[in-house]
Design a protein around this ligand. Structure first.
Ligand code: ADP
Length: 630
């Protein structure tokens, strides 16, 4: 019999398969099961319109059998089968969808990962096989053919017998075990059961195998072994079912089993879509963050199925970073089984699906926020930070999606509030959203600037997370209302009268402030009267776009060390209502040298109040002692 050469392209792919160091060789089973399922689909479809096929849905099945001793795995189906010509065309050359992936492969060099991610169909069997036999009989034909190949020297086709009728039987002669690779596991019952569960659970036709059960009886007696043909797959995926057939418990059970979380999720989103993009999606919002969630190791992504066949374990393109905590499954018949990762990224359908999912997730969270505040806050305490990072890292592009999902503590109530809530109860005439930064709520509440704002009845948001201020800076405003840090220079809180008076006082003391600024000229740009202090003597306010809090955060980053340290331009503000003010005036006219010390001390005090460290603690201590011993 003549051995035929594989087509050049196929040969290269085969070489790659055989020599693949790819660790997920197990996907070969998924590939042949999915081919079997396609073949059955074709004949089943025919049986619906052509009674002469003589088969009902229940008659169709895929059978797996394993011969451990001889290292042989067999997968057979009673689908449409192949004619001699089809055998030649389909298995002699690489199939269309596969060849696309192959071309991509060549451009990318030897990136074998793609094989594992998407498979290249039938040829992937050569990752585990030293020989593959395909015995097939096409529907409507009375002849059967046997295709044989070792994947290297080409293949042979001969006429043969197939007593069990129409369909295809693939016999895989597994490679011999090596030090690194145990091919014999593919005849192991448990391994096969788990591979089918993992990759092919939702194939629409039963995947059957003879399963051995060991029954232990009394001690000392031999256990009894029974064998039974069992269906390994559950056939209907939960996401394909109707929502009204399913209970919360069903959803939670699936989640816990599938995503190996011991805690049930806070919410699930089951959406079915037809139209521009046809897909079913079942998404979950977990109750807790995986241990690596806030590390670089965490990989976001949804499981991607194409008509019930798993094509990708974690499709990252389906989720924006801000929803990276979402787990779930997307199943679309619009996606090809053998699409490569690179092509998938550009896939229009996938982009549409991703956009729809983002909307669904946002809606679900918005709903939770308004209907079940407690649950939302619990969720938010785990994942909320991600939203603020999302706004910041997208340079504000994600603001529309996220602006109503973020929360802050506030001076009004000891709990989280949304921006919407803040704005809805702004004082008459108030046009800014006030916020204060600090390490903790307690620290912020000690800020001298806060007192007066609270007194006048303004609500202040507390920014305790480093990202908070960065996020609102890129948001620019909420609902047309600008954000204003309470440590910004002018908060514009006073009445015209108060302003007039302050201006007068400022004018009168101009020279003294200039003198004080001179004493600490390397530290502050101005010294002036404060309009925002009530009982505290001093505070700092920032004169530039970089606030004092941002300076602190930026300088804690390694890249901003040493020379690159960021500096906020600061003003030292003095409370004219505080007794220290009178003292300063006295010193200005009687003892200018001591006034210099006072300027330094007041500046350091202001730093300490802000939670910043002082530049020269020794000098500070000495100055305090000098005063104490006077
Ligand atoms: P793909 O499934 O992406 O088309 P494959 O290399 O897996 O690529 O298969 C090539 C072709 O061989 C299939 O398109 C199909 O026509 C045929 N084929 C493979 N397995 C079977 C089978 N079990 N029954 C009938 N035809 C099959």
């Amino acid at each position: 019999m003549q051995t035929k050469e594989f087509k050049a392209e196929s040969k290269r792919l085969l070489d790659m398969m055989i020599n693949s160091i790819y660790t997920h060789k197990e996907i070969f089973l998924r590939e042949i099961i999915s081919n079997a399922s396609d073949a059955i689909d074709k004949l089943y479809f025919r049986s619906l319109t052509d009674t002469s096929v003589g088969m009902k849905k229940d008659d169709f099945a895929i059978n797996i059998s394993a011969d451990k001793e001889n290292g042989i795995l067999t997968v057979s189906d009673n689908g449409i089968g192949m004619t001699e010509e089809e055998l030649e065309n389909n298995l002699g050359t690489i199939a269309k969808s596969g060849s696309l992936a192959f071309k991509k492969e060549n451009e990318l060099g030897d990136d074998v990962d793609i094989i594992g991610q998407f498979g290249v169909g039938f040829y992937s069997t050569f990752m585990v096989a030293k020989e593959v036999d395909v015995l097939t009989k096409a529907y409507g034909s009375d002849k059967a053919y046997l295709w044989k190949s070792n994947g290297v020297d080409g293949y042979t086709i001969e006429e043969s017998e197939k007593p069990d009728g129409v369909g295809t039987t693939i016999t895989i002669h597994l490679k011999d075990d090596t030090e690194d690779e145990k091919y014999s596991t593919y005849t192991d019952q448990y391994q096969l059961q788990s591979l089918v569960k993992k990759y092919s659970d939702y194939i629409r036709f039963p995947i059957k195998m003879e399963v051995e059960h060991t029954h232990y009886k009394e001690e000392g007696k031999e256990p009894e072994i029974t064998k039974e043909i069992e269906t390994l797959n559950s056939m209907t995926p939960i996401w394909k079912k109707n929502k009204n057939e399913l209970t919360d418990e069903d959803y939670n059970n699936f989640y816990v089993e599938k995503f190996m979380d011991y805690e049930p999720p806070v919410a699930h989103i089951h959406s079915k879509n037809e139209g521009v993009a046809t897909y079913d999606a079942l998404l979950y919002i977990p109750a807790r963050a995986p241990f690596d969630y806030y590390s670089k190791d965490y990989e976001k992504g949804l499981q991607l199925y194409s008509s019930g066949v798993l094509i990708m374990e974690k499709c990252a393109d389906l989720l924006p970073d801000w929803f990276s905590f979402v787990k779930g499954v997307v199943d679309s018949e619009d996606l090809s089984l053998n699409i490569s990762r690179e092509l998938l990224q550009q896939d229009r359908q996938l982009k549409i699906i991703a956009r729809n999912l983002e909307k669904s997730i946002k809606n679900e969270l918005t709903k939770m926020l308004s209907n079940d505040r407690e649950r939302y806050e619990k969720f938010y305490s785990v994942f909320g930070l991600q939203f603020k990072f999302g706004i910041y890292q997208s340079y504000g592009a994600a603001s529309d999606t996220l602006k109503d999902l973020i929360m802050f503590r506030s001076s009004f109530e000891g709990k989280n509030v949304t921006l919407k809530e803040y704005v809805s109860r702004m004082k008459e005439g108030q046009d800014k959203i006030y916020y204060a930064c600090g390490e903790t709520v307690e620290r912020i509440e000690m800020l001298p600037q806060l007192e007066k704002l609270k007194d006048k009845g303004y609500e202040v948001l507390y920014f305790t997370q480093d990202v908070d201020e960065f996020a609102i800076k890129v948001m620019l405003n909420y609902d047309g209302k600008n954000f204003k840090s309470i440590s910004d220079g002018d908060l514009d809180l006073d009445t015209e009268e108060e302003k007039e008076e302050a201006k007068k006082l400022d004018e009168e003391n101009k020279d003294m402030f200039a003198f004080m600024q001179e004493a600490i000229s390397d530290k502050v740009k101005t010294v002036r009267l404060s309009k925002k202090l009530k009982s505290h003597p001093v505070c700092l306010s920032s004169e530039s776009n970089i606030t004092i809090e941002m300076e602190k955060v930026l300088n804690s980053m390694p890249q901003n060390d040493g020379q690159n340290r960021v500096k906020a331009e600061k003003a030292l503000e003095i409370n004219p209502g505080h007794p220290i003010f009178e003292k300063l005036r006295t010193l200005y006219s009687e003892d200018k040298d001591t006034l210099k010390d006072y300027a330094k001390l007041l500046y350091d005090q202001a730093l300490l109040i802000e939670g910043l460290s002082i530049d020269n603690p020794v000098e500070f201590a000495n100055l305090v002692c000098k005063l104490m011993t006077k």
